[in-house]
Design a protein. Structure first.
Length: 116
């Protein structure tokens, strides 16, 4: 005769939600990051330089990353959204991956410029 085992349901404890007393700092950093992404997008895509600082930053980024400098605000905006959703991996790994992708895109765009 087969034995039937019956298990009682586990009693679960409610997890208390931790409230952060520094939530305003986190919110301010997200707003600052979003503003930085928007500013980089404007100076790199539309050549809207807001003075000497915008021209200098755009020039340095184009010298460093080449034609793929325009992708930098997109990567930063994606990372910002992922950190807000708390799905982000380590910041260090993100920076390494972004550097590899931007240099690959830069070499690809340079090749296309040479060909065409």
């Amino acid at each position: 005769m087969p034995k039937h085992y019956y298990y009682a349901a586990k009693k679960t404890k409610r997890k208390t939600k931790k409230t952060s007393s520094n939530a305003w700092i986190r919110t301010a950093l997200y707003i600052l990051g979003g503003s930085l992404c928007a500013w980089l997008f404007c100076i790199l895509w539309f050549n809207v330089s807001s003075g000497q600082a915008g021209e200098q930053v755009a020039k340095e980024l184009f010298q460093l990353l080449g034609q793929s400098a325009g992708l930098l605000p997109l990567f930063l905006a994606y990372w910002l959204v992922q950190t807000m959703r708390k799905k982000s991996a380590s910041c260090f790994l993100f920076l390494i991956g972004t550097g590899v992708k931007l240099s690959a895109a830069s070499s690809f765009f340079k090749r296309l410029k040479i060909i065409f």
